[in-house]
Ligand binder design. Structure first.
Ligand SMILES: *Cc1c(COP(=O)(O)O)cnc(C)c1O
Length: 356
C-alpha cells in the first residue's frame, strides 16, 4: 500500500516558530489511514493538519479503545534529522493494539508515514540545543455504536509538534510522591499497553500530589502496595554506590520503556552494572537513608533522564544526592542525547536518518 501525498502548497507551509509550547503547537501535516473489516487498512494519506470528524457514538469516546506512542526526531549539527529506534515504538504500538483488541498496523507503512511526515515538515524540527520534533502516533476506535465489544473500524493517525529542552537550566532534580493510596495498574490489566486509560486512571493522584508541591507520582504495585513500578510517564532507576543501576523488572503492569531498554543496553558498555529486580519500597528508602543509593532518575522519551532529588512516602521526605543531579544521571543523559543528536557514535545501530 502506498501513502498518498496531499501536501500544502510550498508557499503556505510554516516553519517552526521561535516560541512554542510543547504539546500545543503542531506542524503543518499529519498522517491518517482508516481500517474496516472489509477493506483492512486503506486511505493512507499525508495531508494538512486538520480536525477529525467523528460520530459522538464512536467507541473511543465511551470505552477508551485508544492507544498511542511517543518518539522524537532530532536535528544534528550537519542538519540531518535522526529518529531514535522508531521500529521499537512501532512494535510496541502493535503490542498495545493487540491488548486493546485493535488491528495491527503494517510496520513498513507506519515507519514510512513517520519518515515522510518528518521529511515534509523538516522545517518544524527545531535546531535549539536539546529541542526536537515530537511524534505522536495514535489509533482510535471509530465505529458509531454504543454496544460493548471491539469496534469494527479504526483510525490510525500521526501528528507531530516541536518540543523544547525539557529542562531549561540543565538537568534539574524533580520531587516525587510515592502513592500510598492510589494505584495505576495491576498485573493482568493494561499497564503494559500505552493506552489513554492508564493516564485517565492516574490523573486524580497526579493532581493531589501537585497540590502538595511534588511534580510526579511514583506508583507501587496494586496487589501489595509494596513494590516499585514506575513514575508518571517514565520508568525509574536507582544507582547504588555510583556504579550499579537497578530498575524494577517488567511485572506486567509496567510500561516497557524504550529509554529504559536503551539504558539497560548502553550502561554496561559504559562500565556500569545493571540489573532488573523486584524492588521493595521500604528497602529502597532505607538504602537512600543510609547512602547506599547515590542517585535516582526517571527515564523516558520526553526528558530522556530526569534526576529525582526527593521522594515523599507517608508524609516523610527522603533526599537523594543532596537534591542535586548526580554524575551517573548526567553521564547517561550526555551519552543518550549524544547518540540521538549524532555527536556520539551510534554503536547499537539505534539511529535512522530521515531521507530529506
Ligand atoms: C511512554 C511511557 C514510558 C516511557 O517510555 P519510553 O519508550 O522510554 O518513552 C514510561 N511509562 C509510561 C506509563 C509511559 O506511557
Amino acid at each position: 500500500m502506498s501513502i498518498e501525498m496531499q501536501p500544502l502548497e510550498a508557499d503556505k507551509r510554516q516553519v517552526c516558530p521561535e516560541e512554542f509550547s510543547f504539546g500545543a503547537t503542531f506542524s503543518d501535516h499529519m498522517f491518517t489511514q482508516e481500517y474496516d473489516q472489509d477493506k483492512g487498512w486503506h486511505n493512507a494519506l499525508i495531508s494538512p493538519y486538520h480536525a477529525l470528524t467523528l460520530d459522538p457514538s464512536a467507541a473511543v469516546f465511551h470505552y477508551s479503545q485508544e492507544i498511542f506512542e511517543g518518539l522524537k526526531a532530532y536535528r544534528t549539527q550537519e542538519g540531518k534529522i535522526n529518529l531514535f529506534r522508531p521500529e521499537e515504538n512501532c512494535k510496541r504500538f502493535n503490542r498495545s493494539a493487540k491488548r486493546i483488541v485493535m488491528p495491527q498496523v503494517d510496520v513498513n507503512v507506519h515507519l514510512e508515514a513517520i519518515e515522510k511526515l518528518v521529511a515534509l515538515d523538516h522545517n518544524w524540527v527545531p535546531d535549539q540545543d536539546g529541542a526536537s520534533l515530537y511524534i505522536r502516533p495514535t489509533m482510535i476506535a471509530t465505529t458509531p455504536k454504543l454496544g460493548l465489544g471491539a469496534s469494527a473500524s479504526y483510525c490510525h493517525f500521526i501528528i507531530t509538534g516541536p518540543a523544547g529542552t525539557y529542562f531549561a537550566g540543565g538537568l534539574q532534580p524533580i520531587s516525587v510522591y510515592v502513592a500510598d493510596e492510589y494505584r495505576r495498574a495491576v498485573k493482568g490489566g493494561v499497564g503494559e499497553a500505552k493506552t489513554g486509560g492508564n493516564y485517565a486512571a492516574s490523573l486524580y493522584a497526579s493532581e493531589e500530589v501537585a497540590k502538595k508541591g511534588y511534580s510526579q507520582v511514583l506508583w507501587l504495585d496494586a496487589i501489595e502496595g509494596r513494590y516499585i513500578e514506575e513514575v508518571g510517564a517514565m520508568n525509574i532507576c536507582f544507582v547504588y554506590q555510583g556504579k550499579r543501576i537497578v530498575t524494577p523488572a517488567l511485572s506486567g503492569s509496567i510500561l516497557p520503556g524504550i529509554t529504559r531498554d536503551s539504558i539497560l543496553q548502553l550502561a554496561p558498555a559504559l562500565g556500569y552494572e545493571v540489573s532488573e529486580e523486584r524492588l521493595d519500597v521500604e528497602q529502597i528508602l532505607a538504602d537512600i537513608e543510609c547512602g547506599k543509593i547515590t542517585e535516582v532518575f526517571g527515564c523516558g522519551t520526553a526528558a530522556v533522564i530526569s534526576p529525582v532529588g526527593t521522594f515523599c512516602f507517608k508524609e516523610k521526605d527522603y533526599i537523594i544526592n543532596n537534591n542535586e543531579t548526580g554524575e551517573v544521571s548526567k553521564h547517561l543523559y550526555d551519552e543518550l542525547t549524544g547518540i540521538q543528536y549524532g555527536t556520539k557514535e551510534d554503536r547499537f545501530g539505534w539511529i535512522k536518518t530521515v531521507e530529506l
